[in-house]
Unconditional design. Structure first.
Ligand SMILES: [Ca+2]
Ligand SMILES: [Ca+2]
Length: 402
């Protein structure tokens, strides 16, 4: 079955009839590809070019996908070195804990660094002087990686005059060095919080908030001038709003265990409806051991921001319970067709602070006598977060059925 063919050089090559059957799979594939290429009505060079182009396109796609994945990881990492450089360049007067970002890594977690502010506080009755010295490592909000920062300063909860610094163009480390004076007596000072908000100025659009600082003034030792760097925190959304005030009377009779709450009136409430009015009503909740216990509400007063209620609610609260109870007063705007809107809230009780705690203490120290007082409403979020915070500290398991 062997046949002989002569090669040009006269050497003998062998092929067998079994030849095809014994060829390797690679040879078979080559033969198949050759046959396939012969069937395509294109010259070989054109086929090879098209094939090369397809392979190249495929490779480019893979490279692009890889590059995108890598960049995502890098971007997250990139921010830290930048922040480190800026923070380390701060004024030497700050403490190591404030300057070295490494020490804060654990604290921040995924929280964004918003930069920091150097401020000063000085009180010489009846004048509070607030110095806005400089800011550092602020967030870039504009194209080109800069911002146009300025600072707004005011006192809460008694709404004060709002001061503003000059705008510093294209800077993330502005030196303001400006001072502002508030006329305020000592009692009010101790109930107040100074708010410093850093904004990015924009000529043609809404100004962006970069961060804020809130300093409670009741804990400050006024024998010294305070001057310190502090990290800016994420701004809360509701602080700028004036939500209104509410006047209520409290009376407690220990012998009969009766707590009487009279919702007298409210004024300057925030308007929630088109036309500049609200339809206010007041909910009165009693919270015992951080659980909702009893609730009552007033009737709705239509289209007013200064409603007069004069509605009285009496609760049975034993002398033992009065130490642990919290009275939550919330003002709502009634809406016929949509969900009612919350306007503002306060809570009174032994865990309250400032004005609310004072009112509660006055009630306890004057049994059987009704004590009336005005209160500034706070945002629901603010009050809820305070109440919730205590939930987690004191009672890890909350009974949701109550
Ligand atoms: Ca800007
Ligand atoms: Ca309404």
């Amino acid at each position: 079955m062997l046949s002989k063919t002569s090669s040009p050089k006269g050497s003998v090559t062998r092929s067998t009839s079994k030849g095809i059957g014994t060829t390797t799979p690679t040879n078979a594939a080559l033969v198949f590809i050759n046959q396939l290429l012969n069937k395509i009505p294109l010259p070989r060079w054109a086929i090879y070019t098209i094939f090369a182009a397809i392979v190249l396109l495929f490779l480019v796609c893979i490279i692009c996908i890889c590059a995108k994945c890598c960049c995502k990881g890098k971007k997250k990492k990139k921010k830290k070195p930048d922040d480190e450089v800026k923070l380390q360049g701060l004024n030497g007067s700050t403490t190591a804990a404030l300057v070295q970002p490494g020490m804060h890594d654990g604290d921040y977690g995924s929280a964004k660094l918003r930069g920091r502010l150097l401020y000063s506080l000085e009180y010489k009755a009846p004048e509070l002087t607030v110095g806005i010295k400089q800011a550092s490592a602020l967030t870039a909000m504009d194209l080109g990686g800069t911002s146009d920062p300025y600072v707004k300063i005011y006192l809460t909860p008694h709404k004060s005059k709002t001061f503003e610094t000059k705008v510093y163009r294209k800077s993330l480390n502005p030196v303001f060095d400006e001072h502002f004076k508030f006329q305020i007596d000592k009692a009010e000072l101790n109930e107040s919080t100074i708010v410093m908000k850093v904004f990015d100025f924009n000529r043609f659009s809404k100004h962006d908030i970069l961060g804020e600082l809130k300093i409670k003034l009741d804990t400050i030792d006024w024998n010294h001038v305070i001057e310190e760097w502090k990290d800016l925190s994420e701004p809360s959304k509701y602080e700028d709003e004036i939500l209104g005030e509410i006047c209520l009377s409290l009376r407690y009779v220990p012998t009969s265990g009766k707590l009487t709450v009279v919702i007298l009136e409210a004024k300057n409430l925030k308007s929630m409806d088109p036309g500049g009015f609200s339809d206010p009503y007041v909910k009165v909740h009693l919270v015992l051991d951080k659980k909702k216990w009893k609730r009552k509400k007033t009737c709705v007063k239509k289209s007013t921001l200064n409603p007069y209620f004069n509605e009285s609610f009496t609760f049975d609260v034993s002398f033992e319970q009065i130490q642990r109870v919290q009275l939550v007063i919330s003002v709502w705007d009634h809406d016929k067709l949509t969900r009612n809107d919350a306007i503002g809230k306060i809570f009174l009780g032994c865990d309250a602070t400032g004005n609310q705690l004072r009112h509660w203490a006055d009630m306890l120290s004057n049994p059987r006598r009704p004590m009336a007082q005005w209160h500034h409403l706070l945002s629901n979020e603010q009050v809820d977060s305070t109440l919730q915070l205590k939930h987690t500290i004191r009672i890890p398991i909350i009974n949701k059925n109550i």
